[in-house]
Ligand binder design. Structure first.
Ligand code: SF4
Ligand code: SF4
Length: 84
């Protein structure tokens, strides 16, 4: 397997907080740990690879993945560790 080492963001996670019941299923399925429940709220960490696992497994259809091209990514800081 020659997987590219890039961890570039390939998708934007749109979370419908009105539908999300914070069950954590998507958090468990995400292969890059892009999703987290923080203070009773599902958040994404901007490293989505657009595999759509979360979207597929969310029982409440609370997630939608928007695929983005590397070029379309709004450039900013690497956004890796952000303290918090
Ligand atoms: S699987 Fe769906 S309902 Fe559960 S935490 Fe994720 S987005 Fe929310
Ligand atoms: S699409 Fe894949 S990488 Fe992106 S948040 Fe969902 S499970 Fe994680």
């Amino acid at each position: 397997m020659s997987e590219e080492k890039t961890r570039k963001r390939k998708g934007i996670v749109h979370i419908n907080h009105g539908y999300c019941k914070r069950c954590g299923i998507c958090v468990n399925f995400c292969p890059v740990k892009n999703l987290e429940i923080r203070q009773q709220k599902l958040v994404e960490l901007e490293r989505c690879i657009a595999c759509r696992m979360c979207q597929r497994y969310c029982p409440d259809i609370a997630i939608e993945i928007e695929e983005i091209d590397a070029k379309t990514v709004i450039t900013g800081k690497s956004g890796y560790s952000n303290g918090g």
